[in-house]
Design a binder for this molecule. Sequence first.
Ligand SMILES: [Zn+2]
Length: 417
Amino acid sequence: MSSLAVLHASQVVTLSGPKRPRIGAEMSELAIISDGGMLIHNGKIEKIGPSAEIEKNVGDAEVVDVGGRVVMPGFVDAHTHLVFAGNRLDDFERRSRGETYEQIAKAGGGIWSTVQKTRAASELDLLTQAKKHANWFLSCGTTTVEAKSGYGLTVDGELKLLRVMRRLKEEVRLEIVPTFLGAHAVPRELSPDEYLDVVITEMLPRVTAEKLAEFCDVFCERGYFNIDQSRRILSAAKKVGLSLRGHVDQLTNSGGAKLMAETGATTADHLEQTDEQGIAALKKANVQPVLLPGSVYALGSSRYPCAREMIEAGLAIVLATDFNPGSSPTPSMPMILSLACTQMKMSPTEAITASTLNAAYSLNRGDKIGSFERDKLANFVIFDCEDYRELAYWFGIPQTHSVYVRGDCVWNTSCGK
Ligand SMILES: [Zn+2]
């Protein structure tokens, strides 16, 4: 039975408070303890308080003196496409030269190129690359990620991706929440309606029979799946017990936010084009918005989602990376905090709440992770700074000192493991 005492943090950012996602002014309350510490037993938090108080209870626990650094809950990244083969370097270069999405797709790029590479890759190849991605996330201070399938687009291809996630879960310390995103795009060999039937009648039953996913997602967008098709997929997924997320209102305002409200989804993701009525619908149905400023930035757009309006409307905002090879090749939550503060006018406190506790609730794990409270998992990060606001302020430099999952050090600057 192992015990760990964490002492002398300049700030322990606890986020302790009401046991629910935070909204409005609550997003600015981080419940920080100066010169703080924590006592951890068997991977769970036993006590949080001033260092002087924790020191009295150290007993035979191993002591980690963090030397005036910041200690925070590990980031929870609630929207990633973690498993794929290859990269999209050629697309990146073409886009940097000013080519349009259509030109890039015509030249053999776009999502289809990742689908082809991912279909051709073996499970082992995908696992090897996914392990590298998982280590990137840990090195940025993220301890839990949601991960979507969606680059197979055949029954076997989608199951392969979800099985890779299951193996990855066993082999790395990053915690992974799997989402089935068979409806990421329409494969070239089928019409949208034919593919929809495959997703609903062949993929969904297999995914649920093998318990490969907790959530179902859909890419609701012009040229992908329209509102009616998205509704069919989400309703079918709900019937078989999956919780719902959705890529909506990213490039056009098609009423996607309203659809997520109507279907009782857990989250509505992207929302760059969502209007007032969409925001009101999300509020009424208690849907959490997941905002992805990394993809706006990487696509060279300036149309960020209206975070301030959403906070004012009382929505429990989540921030995530949207890590993927095409539109958001970053695993870095500190980079997302920087974008949230500079481009979306969120405060550093709001951004931290959105990327830890609110994100945990959006993955149905608000009772286990996302804040420091007794009996929650000891998933935490020591950052090499004295003030939590530095995470959003300095950008382009890593500030992670070490990362702990369930009380074990799983990554640090000296071992780099
Ligand atoms: Zn995405």
